[in-house]
Write a protein that binds this ligand. Structure first.
Ligand SMILES: NC(=O)c1ccc[n+]([C@@H]2O[C@H](COP(=O)([O-])OP(=O)(O)OC[C@H]3O[C@@H](n4cnc5c(N)ncnc54)[C@H](O)[C@@H]3O)[C@@H](O)[C@H]2O)c1
Length: 424
């Protein structure tokens, strides 16, 4: 039977995947966000993962975008790429996964396959999504319909490691379905696939990739705090230590975004449910979450050391996205710096040329400067370079001088400035 794919959730993960599949198969992109469907139908991807030409290419390949159930009922492979956030208490919020499973259940037919790509803890596909599919479809798992899990590894803003160039883990609910799922991805992933032994193994593999990174960054962050008290430059220490073949070279920094700062909570939640307290992983989370406050306190101390008044001082924060050259502001930890600085009565301006200023579209509630501060008259007592966007890497000492109130005070979180007043 001809494969007809439906990708559910057209965000950072779903859209590039749907584009890649459209080169080989008939694909429908489904999303509940009406604005997203409208923009994509007009060739515009606000995540900037796909260019206008790429969206148009997908459309030319026959791909359509929709938020209507009737448009997806003829599909036989459903691929779910909806968000998996945490709530205010860092508990997994599985609502989008449950709701999208209920949507699929309404159109599921005998022989169909549902493949989940969203990052979860081991067991979510078979213990939470499958019952929802069975309930809404009235069909039986592994008899009438089947499932797969294939985690995504893309890195937003990275134009080199794009979806088809990253080796992909695949899995299926039966041996035969694992083969079908693996072949499906093999047909578009030039880097190849790795067939995991079960859905749970594939789910666990994804969540530990990001947990390992989080723990390793937390170690470097903790070392940075220690070396700061010793007056040693952490970056210089890392350069030296990295001359050993098996040293893992990571930089200290903020851990924000939708993945590394969130996924470990999925694993710790499930571990705690099962009676195990994952102290190392939770400790790493705490260290990484505290970095924004630490950077803000350091900035205040440096202002004091430079005989600056704190209350009503003007501070400019350059960059607010969770990473460089990307418009994604979800779970950005730069905001922790801003909020902490404001507690001291300072006036903080935030400038980020990558972020859409319309709150309704980004759901970002902190006010951003509409104009480039380097083209305005306002002077600042300190400048915090928080994100290494290309636009900021190009700036010179003279640029910073031109908008500084007296001697420029530069706080460099990303290690991109020469001789800053403080570098993380
Ligand atoms: N962004 C990344 O770099 C990245 C990398 C690897 C894995 N992941 C994982 O992939 C998943 C998706 O992440 P993302 O960054 O693409 O998210 P996203 O927020 O960019 O996109 C998700 C899309 O799903 C849509 N959606 C939400 N609920 C829906 C529903 N019930 N039905 C249909 N559409 C729905 C949203 O409108 C949105 O357009 C998450 O589990 C994430 O952890 C993300």
């Amino acid at each position: 039977m001809e494969k007809k794919l439906c990708v559910i959730g057209l965000g950072y993960v779903g859209l590039p995947l749907a584009h890649a599949f459209s080169k080989k198969y008939k694909v429908i992109g489904f999303d509940i966000n009406e604005l997203r469907i409208e923009e994509l139908s007009n060739g515009f991807d606000r995540t900037l993962e796909l260019s206008k030409e790429q969206v148009e290419e997908a459309k030319k390949n026959g791909m359509t975008f929709s938020n209507k159930l009737e448009d997806i009922k003829d599909c036989n492979i459903y691929i779910v790429t909806v968000p998996t956030p945490v709530d205010s208490k860092n508990k997994p919020d599985l609502t989008p996964l449950i709701k999208s499973s209920a949507t699929i259940g309404k159109v599921l037919s005998k022989g169909d396959i549902v493949i989940y790509e969203s990052t979860v803890y081991p067991g979510v596909t078979e213990e939470i999504c499958v019952p929802e599919l069975e309930k809404t479809s009235g069909l039986k798992f592994n008899k009438d319909f089947f499932c797969g899990y294939s985690p995504e590894r893309i890195n937003p803003g990275d134009k080199e490691h794009t979806v088809s160039k990253i080796l992909k883990i695949t899995s299926g609910s039966t041996k035969e379905i694992a083969d079908v799922v693996d072949k499906l991805y093999q047909s578009i992933i030039t880097a190849g696939t790795f067939k995991a032994t079960s859905i749970k193994v594939a789910e666990a593999a994804k969540v530990i990739e990001n947990t390992q990174r989080d723990v390793n960054i937390a170690l470097v962050n903790e070392l940075a705090l220690i070396f700061d008290t010793m007056g040693i430059d952490t970056n210089e220490v890392i350069e030296a230590a990295a001359t050993k073949w098996n040293f893992i070279k990571l930089k200290p920094g903020l851990v924000g975004g939708h993945c590394i700062g969130v996924d470990p909570y999925y694993l710790t939640f499930r571990a705690e449910e099962l009676g195990y307290t994952p102290n190392l992983i939770l400790g790493a989370r705490q260290i990484n979450n505290a970095m924004g406050k630490y950077i803000a306190e350091k900035t205040i101390k440096i202002l004091i050391d430079n005989d600056k008044k704190i209350k009503n001082s003007n501070i400019l924060v350059l960059g607010v996205t969770f990473k460089e050259n990307c418009p994604d502001v979800r779970n950005t930890k730069v905001i922790d710096i801003v909020d902490e600085l404001r507690k001291y009565g300072t006036n903080v301006d935030i400038y980020d040329p990558w972020v859409d200023l319309s709150e309704e579209k980004t759901h970002f509630t902190h006010e951003l400067m509409a104009k480039n501060p380097f083209e305005l008259e306002k002077k600042y007592d300190a400048i915090v370079v928080a994100v290494a966007h290309d636009e900021f890497i190009k700036l010179t000492k003279e640029d910073y001088k031109s908008i500084s109130n007296g001697k420029e005070i530069l706080i460099d979180i990303k290690g991109i400035l020469e001789n800053p007043d403080w570098r993380l």
